[in-house]
Design a protein. Structure first.
Length: 108
């Protein structure tokens, strides 16, 4: 019988530890400040903090902003459509993860 060896790998995902200001996020995703503010209003991005000068964005926000920018510029989707598309993509990812867990538990 062939036994698989297992190793524990410990690491930190940098993007999840990241906290960007509004201006840093705009530079990182190359989006205009006004566009990012619209995405916040539409719920595309959820910053930490109340006012724009207090906002801090995580690595997840950076990934969402880059995708939102692609949808906005390349596919000409409006801010409401971007919010809906990203919510649906999140739901698909959650369902795929759930399906994977179910398949793995069936294999065990």
């Amino acid at each position: 019988m062939n036994e698989l060896s297992k190793s524990l790998i410990h690491g930190v995902v940098v993007e999840e530890e990241l906290h960007l200001t509004l201006h840093e996020l705009c530079r990182a995703c190359q989006a205009p400040l006004e566009q990012v503010q619209v995405w916040v209003v539409e719920g595309v991005l959820e910053p930490i903090g109340q006012a724009p000068h207090e906002w801090r964005f995580t690595g997840q926000s950076l990934r969402r902003a880059r995708l939102a920018l692609h949808l906005t510029r390349d596919l000409e989707v409006n801010a409401s459509g971007v919010a809906l598309a990203l919510d649906l993509l999140d739901e698909i990812a959650a369902l795929q993860a759930q399906l994977k867990r179910v398949k793995l538990s069936e294999m065990a």
